[in-house]
Design a protein around this ligand. Structure first.
Ligand code: DQA
Length: 153
């Protein structure tokens, strides 16, 4: 990568555009826009750049991950319900060669049985779950530390 500054790609999947009004008892009252603004502000404080995106489409997530190599140093990913089903997203992460951190607003391990298994987890560096919007900020901090420990600036 020509530019030494860390570049992060933050992806959010289906129904996360509804944050703010979607099941606030589970996901909180913050909108995705506000959460992304907080994560982006933290990235800037850490001298990193962040591109935040949302889509409801599995294939678009696969495309974005597949196109990330050479443009982003790491991916932060909340695939929504695709977390529990998408082998295509697992394979995109495994194939892209870009370190990926799994992020969930809710603690998926304390919810319904069908949410307790993540099919993408084994392809990820680690995960941050259960801290609502703060988890997006924490994920930025964690991944910048991870990259700096490996020589990225
Ligand atoms: C989620 C958890 C998923 O189970 C759910 O389908 C979502 C949001 C979270 O951030 O807690 O859409 O990924």
């Amino acid at each position: 990568m020509s530019d030494a500054r860390i570049k992060l790609l933050f992806l959010s999947g289906p129904n996360l555009q509804l944050l703010g009004t979607r099941e606030p008892a589970i996901y909180g009252h913050e909108t995705l826009e506000t959460i992304y603004e907080r994560a982006w502000a933290r990235a800037l404080e850490l001298n990193a750049d962040m591109d935040g995106r949302q889509t409801n489409h599995e294939g678009t997530i696969v495309d974005w991950i597949g196109e990330s190599y050479g443009f982003f140093d790491a991916i932060l990913l909340n695939p929504g319900a695709y977390t529990h089903t998408s082998l295509a997203i697992h394979d995109a992460i495994a194939g892209a060669g870009v370190p990926t951190i799994e992020v969930h607003l809710s603690n998926i391990y304390a919810r319904e049985e069908f949410r307790r298994h993540s099919v993408i987890a084994s392809a990820c560096v680690g995960s941050i779950v259960g801290f609502r919007g703060d988890g997006y900020v924490l994920a930025v901090e964690a991944v910048v530390r991870y990259l700096r420990a490996r020589g990225k600036h």
